[in-house]
Design a protein around this ligand. Structure first.
Ligand code: SF4
Length: 475
C-alpha cells in the first residue's frame, strides 16, 4: 500500500488522491499483466477499486472489483484477459459513491461495437450534461461523471472516435485525463487545461500511456513525452497519430500533484516531483529562518522538503518520527475515543533524537490541523524543547472541484483561522507556510502553467453551483 494511501486512512487530515489510469497497445505483449504492474505503480492514486479491460480485435473483456490492485486480481484471474490492447484504472471516489458499479473501466456495447473508458479528474458541468442526456433517453448504470463521457462519445461517434472525442471535449468542462479502448485501438485525451497528468511511453514496438511516468518505468517503457493539454492520440495497427482535439487553454496543471499526490520518482510536465519537493524545502528555509538544532520530516511526503530545508539552513537532518510501513487498508479504524492511537499507529516519535532539541518539523500540507496538533504534542512528549512547523505548501483555503478531495471549506483550518490562531491551536512555537510566490518560482519560467485555486480561489474553470452552496453533489 502506498504511503499516501496509508496517510489518507490513518491520518484522515490529508487531501485524498483521485484516480490513476494506465493503457497499453502492443502485439505480442502480455498487456493484461503489464497493466496490472502499471496499476500497482499507480496504487497511491486510488485504493477503493481497480479494473482492467483488454481487447483482442474482436471484443473487450473486463475485470474489476473493490479493493487494492492485489486484492482485485488474484491467482490466475488475469489469464482470461488476453489481447493486444488494454486499459486499467485505480479509483478513489471523488464523484459517485464507493461501490462496485462505479469501479472503472466502464465498458459498454453500442451501435459501433464495444467501448471502454478510464477517467481521472472531475467534470464540473456533469449535472447539466447528465440531465440533458437523461431527458433524451440515456440510462445510467453508475453515479460517476465518467459515464456521462462514455454516453457522449457513443452518441457522437458517427464517423470516427477521434471526432466523437473532439465533440465531447466541446461539451464537457473540468478536468479529465482519459483512456478509451475499442476492440482494436487505444485512445488517450487530456483536457484543454491539462489539470491531471498523462504521459506517453514506448515499450518495444508498442506504446504505453499512464497518469505518471513512474508507471512507465515500472513496466520497462521509455518516456516519450507528456500529452499536451487538449490533445487526443490514437494508437492502432497503423501506429500512433495525434490530433489537437480542442485548442489548449492556459495550462493549469494541478500543483498539488507536486506537493503531495504524485510519486517522487515521477516527472510530470517537465518537473521531477522529488526535485520540486526539495526546492520547496529550500525555499521554506529562505522564507523562515529559525534557531534550531535539527530538521525532521513528517514521513514520507515531507522527506524531500525537509532535506531541502536542512541543506539550505545548514541544520542537521534527522529522522525524528518513525513510520509503521505495515498498516494496510483493512486494519480496524480507531473509534473517536481512540483517535490518538490512529496517529500513533502510523507515526511514533524517537526520544533519543528529539530530547532537549529545538526542532523544525516539515510537512507538506495542513487540512484540518488535527494531525499537526497531535504530532506537535508527540514531539513535546518525546522531549523536544521547541517545535517549529514548516509547511511546504501555501495555506489550503478553498475546495478543489477538479478531482482532489480537499474537504469542505468549513473544515479547512486555514479558511477558518488566521495564522497565529492556527499556531496556537496546534501549539507549535512557530508556524510557517511556503508562500505562493515562493512555490511558483520553483517552476520558473513556467510559473503561470499551474492551477493554484485551492490556495487563492482563482478557479481556471467555472465551478459548479449547487443547492448546498458550492459543494458538488452528483447523486
Ligand atoms: Fe490541484 Fe488545488 Fe487546482 Fe484542485 S484546486 S486542481 S488540488 S491545485
Amino acid at each position: 500500500m502506498s504511503n499516501a494511501a496509508v496517510e489518507a486512512i490513518v491520518l484522515p487530515d490529508k487531501p485524498v488522491e483521485e484516480c490513476g489510469v494506465f493503457g497499453i497497445y502492443g502485439a505480442g505483449l502480455d498487456v493484461a499483466k503489464l497493466t496490472y504492474y502499471g496499476l500497482y505503480a499507480l496504487q497511491h492514486r486510488g485504493q477503493e477499486s481497480a479494473g482492467i479491460a483488454v481487447a483482442n480485435g474482436q471484443r473487450v473483456e473486463l475485470q474489476k472489483g473493490m479493493g487494492l490492485v492485489a486484492e482485485v486480481f488474484t491467482g490466475h484471474s488475469l489469464d482470461k484477459l488476453t489481447g493486444h490492447v488494454a486499459i486499467g484504472h485505480v479509483r478513489y471516489s471523488t464523484t459517485g459513491g464507493s461501490q462496485p458499479l462505479n469501479a472503472q473501466p466502464l465498458v459498454f456495447r453500442y451501435a459501433k461495437g464495444m467501448i471502454g473508458l478510464a477517467h481521472n479528474g472531475n467534470l464540473t458541468n456533469v449535472g447539466e450534461l447528465r440531465s440533458q442526456l437523461a431527458y433524451s433517453g440515456s440510462v445510467f448504470q453508475s453515479s460517476t461523471d465518467s459515464e456521462v463521457l462514455v454516453n457522449l462519445i457513443a452518441r457522437y461517434n458517427a464517423n470516427s472516435l477521434e471526432e466523437a472525442l473532439m465533440k465531447c471535449m466541446i461539451d464537457v468542462k473540468g478536468a479529465y485525463s482519459l483512456l478509451v479502448i475499442t476492440e482494436d485501438s487505444l485512445y488517450a485525451a487530456r483536457d484543454p487545461h491539462g489539470f491531471r497528468p498523462l504521459c506517453l511511453g514506448r515499450l518495444g514496438q508498442g506504446y504505453v500511456v499512464a497518469s505518471e511516468s513512474c508507471a512507465l518505468t515500472t513496466v520497462g517503457a521509455t518516456f516519450i513525452r507528456d500529452l499536451e493539454p487538449g490533445e487526443i492520440i490514437r494508437i492502432d495497427g497503423d501506429g500512433l497519430s495525434s490530433t489537437q482535439g480542442l485548442r489548449a487553454k492556459n495550462p493549469a496543471h494541478c500543483i498539488f500533484e507536486y506537493i503531495y499526490f504524485a510519486r517522487p520518482d515521477s516527472t510530470m510536465d517537465g518537473f521531477n516531483v522529488n526535485r520540486v519537493r526539495r526546492e520547496m524545502g529550500r525555499q521554506l528555509a529562505r522564507e523562515y529562518q529559525v534557531e534550531a538544532d535539527i530538521v525532521i520530516p513528517v514521513p514520507d511526503s515531507g522527506v524531500a522538503a525537509a532535506r531541502g530545508y536542512a541543506e539550505e539552513a545548514g541544520i542537521p537532518f534527522e529522522e525524528g518520527l518513525m513510520k509503521n510501513r505495515y498498516i494496510g487498508r483493512t486494519f480496524i479504524q480507531p473509534t473517536q475515543q481512540m483517535r490518538e492511537i490512529g496517529v500513533r499507529l502510523k507515526l511514533n516519535a524517537i526520544r533519543e533524537v528529539l530530547e532537549g532539541k529545538r526542532v523544525v518539523m516539515v510537512d507538506d500540507s495542513i487540512v484540518r490541523g488535527t494531525t499537526s496538533q497531535k504530532l506537535v504534542a508527540m514531539l513535546r512528549e518525546a522531549g523536544a524543547k521547541e517545535v517549529h512547523l514548516c509547511i511546504s505548501s501555501p495555506p489550503v483555503l478553498r475546495s478543489c472541484y477538479y478531482g482532489i478531495d480537499t474537504s469542505d471549506e468549513q473544515e479547512l483550518i486555514a479558511a477558518q483561522k488566521p495564522l497565529e490562531e492556527i499556531r496556537k491551536t496546534i501549539q507549535a512555537d512557530g508556524l510557517h507556510y511556503l508562500s505562493k510566490d515562493g512555490l511558483l518560482d520553483i517552476f520558473a519560467p513556467k510559473q503561470n502553467c499551474f492551477c493554484t485555486a485551492c490556495f487563492d480561489g482563482s478557479y481556471p474553470v467555472e465551478i459548479p453551483k449547487s443547492k448546498d452552496g458550492g459543494k458538488y453533489i452528483l447523486e
